[in-house]
Write a protein of this length. Structure first.
Length: 197
């Protein structure tokens, strides 16, 4: 991996969506269910968005159907801000640098499912000394790079990072419609369901 393009990560505040009851939303995933999870014991990956909508769309994306998402999905969530200075001077693998193509990187790493190949890349980059990945997120097709995956001890990572901003996901519903064309709909009641045949 010598010569792989690097980044020091975004200078803007980073965001992660989570349930409203979270006091500490920073969670390093290690169960293999997420795109850049590592294949080594005790190490996990924290997924962040560059911008509030990017962080929110990574959680809402799988729930969107026909350009609609349930009001409940927004009302039960918040986006939590993280000061980028807290991430330190980590060496970040930059998957959105064109020079990464020379190593075999394509944008498929950011959108392919299942996640076996992106996870193999993440583990190889970790072993090469990288402590994160800058990438295009699957559910934000815009031109800007919007994702940052940081590697660290699995679970809640000590020392705990404080939340440097918090906004209800519900308050972003107008921007979701304006920027992504996604509208919110009420959860249907039992009376809204068609009668059984």
């Amino acid at each position: 991996m010598a010569g792989f393009p690097t980044s020091r990560g975004p200078r803007r505040k980073l965001w992660r969506a989570g349930k409203n009851e979270f006091a500490d939303p920073w969670w390093w995933c290690a169960n293999g269910d997420c795109r850049f999870d590592l294949d080594m014991s005790g190490q996990g990956t924290l997924y962040l968005g560059v911008g509030q909508l990017a962080g929110l769309m990574e959680v809402l994306g799988p729930e969107i159907t026909d350009g609609e998402v349930s009001e409940e999905d927004l009302r039960t969530r918040s986006v939590f801000g993280l000061d980028p200075k807290l991430t330190g001077s980590r060496r970040i693998a930059n998957l959105v640098d064109r020079r990464a193509a020379g190593f075999g990187v394509t944008n498929e790493l950011s959108n392919m499912t299942p996640y076996a190949i992106p996870q193999q890349w993440a583990s190889a980059l970790y072993r090469a000394g990288f402590r994160g990945i800058q990438y295009r997120t699957r559910f934000d097709p815009g031109p800007a790079t919007s994702g940052l995956a940081l590697f660290g001890p699995a679970g809640s990572n000590p020392p705990r990072w404080g939340v440097s901003g918090r906004r209800s996901a519900w308050s972003l519903r107008t921007l979701l419609l304006e920027k992504f064309g996604v509208q919110t709909i009420p959860r249907p009641s039992i009376r809204d369901l068609p009668p059984a045949a």
